[in-house]
Design a protein around this ligand. Structure first.
Ligand SMILES: NC(=O)C1=CN([C@@H]2O[C@H](COP(=O)(O)OP(=O)(O)OC[C@H]3O[C@@H](n4cnc5c(N)ncnc54)[C@H](O)[C@@H]3O)[C@@H](O)[C@H]2O)C=CC1
Ligand SMILES: O=C(CO)COP(=O)(O)O
Length: 331
């Protein structure tokens, strides 16, 4: 198939590698001219996953409209806060039959929208042409061809089956789901809990605290997710528990790393000064706003928001969380 991958960061690069290895013809759009040049001339992305040698069947393009103009499938992998602008630039060139697979994980702060909503607002695609891809998939490991599983969520069973068959390989196993809302929210909200998980590690709170945080984190993710229309089972699946375990415990998580450095006492500006994105930072604010709007209790998310707003120190947040009023576990 003709595939466009929009977004030349780590995940876009890894997905391009995966798609090319699966036998598809891939055009990767990257914003940085040096990435386009490096991919086309040296078969590597100099800024993101520079250690990976890119397979044949993959070229880079600096004009997003040009990149998507012949695509049957577009993987959209732009960080959520920048997504709207890129969607506008590619709108006119997107072929009418193309399916858009969003692989970004976050909630837009300005509008409190999920990616399916941002895409619908900007492109006016029929719902059948939108699919979300989520799950425990560190880019570096997927690019290395290590085994991974993820979920495709969409409203058209035939599109889901087509994508599942075209993009599953012996090292990348795709499942189908009809729960777009749940899969999108699970992938976005776990990034906030991963920041909290990293903080617990940075503060040296031990394994018990991390396990408690992860479990209670999943509980509050599901509480908001179900309130907004997600299916409860989705939060126990690959996009929910699977990705939460990965990012709260895996050394490759950028969100976890942000939390760990804050927990160790590094200043926020220094922690956020790198080139890579930690989607949990803006999404903490969006998730907390959505929770307040829908009167959903999300104590860990509220604590992460307060720490990022510098209203609370990580240590104070631990005390606040541990001394809340006592509850039923399943409340
Ligand atoms: N890296 C990973 O292992 C995974 C990442 N994701 C998701 O994929 C999405 C993209 O993340 P990564 O590829 O990891 O990014 P990255 O952190 O590797 O790279 C940053 C990306 O942001 C882009 N960017 C920066 N400023 C921009 C702007 N003003 N306008 C447009 N683009 C801009 C850069 O061009 C680059 O592509 C995120 O939503 C992330 O949560 C999902 C699964 C795995
Ligand atoms: O979503 C991810 C893996 O599934 C990547 O997590 P980070 O953005 O925290 O690195």
């Amino acid at each position: 198939m003709k595939v466009a991958v929009v977004g030349g960061g780590s995940w876009g690069t890894a997905l391009s590698v995966h798609c090319a290895r699966a036998g598809h013809e891939v055009v990767l759009w990257a914003r940085e001219p040096e990435v386009v040049e490096g991919v086309n001339r040296e078969r590597r992305n100099p800024l993101f996953l520079p250690e990976v040698t890119l397979p044949p069947g993959l070229t880079a393009e600096g004009d997003v409209a040009q990149a998507v103009s012949a695509a049957e499938v577009v993987f959209f992998v732009v960080p959520v806060q920048f997504a709207r602008g890129v969607l506008r630039e590619m709108k006119a060139a997107l072929p009418v039959q193309a399916v858009l697979v969003s692989a970004s994980k976050g909630i837009e702060v300005a509008s409190l929208s999920r990616m399916d909503e941002v895409v619908a607002q900007e492109l006016g695609l029929e719902p059948e042409r939108f699919v979300a891809l989520s799950g425990p998939t560190f880019a570096r490991e997927v690019a290395a061809g290590l085994p991974a599983a993820a979920v495709l969520a969409g409203r058209s069973p035939s599109s889901l089956r087509m994508l599942q068959e075209a993009f599953s390989t012996p090292s990348f196993r795709l499942y189908r789901s009809a729960d777009v809302v749940g899969v999108e929210l699970a992938g976005a909200l776990k990034n906030v809990i991963a920041i909290a998980g990293g903080m617990a590690t940075g503060l040296g709170l031990g394994h018990n605290a991390l396990a408690a945080l992860l479990t209670r984190g999943l509980h509050e993710i599901a509480r908001l997710g179900v309130r907004l229309g997600g299916q409860p089972e989705t939060f126990r699946g690959l996009a929910g528990m699977g990705d939460l375990v990965l990012t709260c415990t895996g050394a490759l998580s950028r969100n976890r790393a942000v939390g760990e450095r804050l927990g160790r006492g590094e200043p926020l500006e220094q922690v956020l000064s790198g080139r890579e994105v930690a989607e949990g930072v803006p999404t903490a604010r969006a998730a907390a706003a959505l929770a307040r709007k829908n009167q959903v209790e999300m104590p860990i998310t509220f604590a992460v928001e307060a720490i990022l707003d510098q209203r609370l120190s990580p240590r104070e947040a631990v005390t606040a969380l541990m001394t809340r009023s006592l509850k039923e576990e399943l409340e």
